[in-house]
Design a protein around this ligand. Structure first.
Ligand SMILES: *Cc1c(COP(=O)(O)O)cnc(C)c1O
Length: 355
């Protein structure tokens, strides 16, 4: 009778999951912990969502995300067959891992980067090897010239905020013509660099992007990948082995409206970049070591890991939520999302009173 025997639990999943930033339910909080956009989506997107014909939801959505797929193809100057649309770029990346990294040789990525990558490797049984960033948190191209089953680079990198040049990405591609190279461009709209220009030349390149950050649509869950027809076809086959309709009809409509609203997004992006540059110089004046950011967040060095944690807790008491990673090499840093100029001013004012 006493149920000590838990044999039924033997087959439960034991992998270590990714831990995302918390989503507190407190309206007064200044939320700078998940790299979300401080501005709402474009008015055109809001109108599209309001006017959406809900009765059409009785039909399944378009399984490959048309007409968003076509809009993205035009936007990036590629063909629709070069575009995969999915339910957030986390899902696009997961399916891409399954579709692209099946050689049995290790996937290479930096030790400090998006911490979901090792989680997917474990989930899909993909061997991997992490390669140390140098002391300035930069990637050494030559480290990626060895035999591998694939490479993934986040550019600009997270959580370091550092962006590398197009020439840098091209060197990685030149050194790795025998494997697939994914460039995760979650933050590329805040930098000047996108590897989309290299797609025609490198059939082994896959560029992954999201509407969650620069398009203010994290809650809509829209991500996509750009690549050669052959790679995209493999990702579609992975999708159709898992979930036929990953992107819902409302997200497709909102996504098209967001692509059309270029002027609005250019404007909010440049506001975020101004706030980023302002916060970088003000925090530096307060004595923090702020890395030069090409993204919509700052990686802010404190004197010690103890201090980073104390500042994190202090900000949290003041209703400002940032991200602290208790991990080797980055435990002296806080990752702070760039909000509005007003939010950055409040952050700076609160930090002026610290200690
Ligand atoms: C935010 C983020 C993603 C995931 O974005 P979603 O489209 O919201 O799933 C992927 N990669 C990196 C590096 C990110 O920071």
């Amino acid at each position: 009778m006493t149920e000590m025997n838990e044999e039924w639990a033997l087959g439960l999943y034991k992998g270590e999951p990714y831990i995302s930033g918390e989503q507190p339910n407190k309206p007064q909080i200044i939320k700078l912990n998940s790299n979300e956009n401080p501005y709402p989506p474009a008015p055109e997107v809001v109108d599209t969502i309001r006017d959406f014909e809900a009765s059409n939801l009785r039909y399944y959505s378009n399984s490959i995300g048309s007409p968003l797929r076509e809009a993205l193809a035009e936007h990036h100057n590629v063909a629709p067959n070069n575009v995969f649309v999915g339910n957030g770029s986390d899902e696009v990346l997961a399916l891409s891992f399954r579709a692209c990294f099946g050689t049995g040789k290790p996937l290479l990525f930096p030790d400090i980067t998006y911490s979901f990558y090792p989680v997917w490797c474990e989930f899909f049984n993909i061997p991997y090897e992490t390669i140390l960033l140098n002391d300035d948190f930069r990637i050494n191209v030559d480290d990626y010239a060895k035999e591998n089953g694939g490479v993934i680079i986040t550019n600009p990198n997270a959580p370091t905020s550092i962006g590398e040049s197009l020439e840098f990405i091209e060197s990685i591609l030149k050194n790795n013509s025998s494997s697939i190279v994914i460039v995760d461009e979650a933050y590329a709209d805040f930098s000047e660099v996108s590897a989309d220009k290299l797609l025609k030349q490198y059939p082994n390149l896959l560029v992954v992007r999201t509407f969650s950050k620069s398009k203010s649509l994290a809650g809509m869950r829209i991500g996509y990948a750009l690549g050669s027809e052959k790679v995209i076809a493999a990702i579609i086959a992975a999708k159709d082995s898992f979930n036929s309709y990953p992107i819902n009809s409302l997200s497709i409509a909102a996504g098209v409206a967001a692509i059309d609203a270029k002027d609005y997004y250019d404007e909010i992006t440049s506001k975020i970049i101004s706030a980023r540059n302002y916060a970088t110089s003000e925090l530096s004046l307060l004595g923090y070591n702020v890395l030069k950011s090409s993204a919509n967040f700052l990686f802010v060095g404190c004197d010690s890991s103890q201090e980073a944690e104390n500042v994190f807790n202090y900000l949290r008491e003041k209703d400002i939520l940032v991200r602290y990673f208790q991990k080797p090499r980055i435990d002296k840093y806080l990752r702070i999302t760039v909000g509005t100029m007003d939010e950055m001013q409040q952050l700076i004012d609160v930090l002026k009173d610290y200690k």
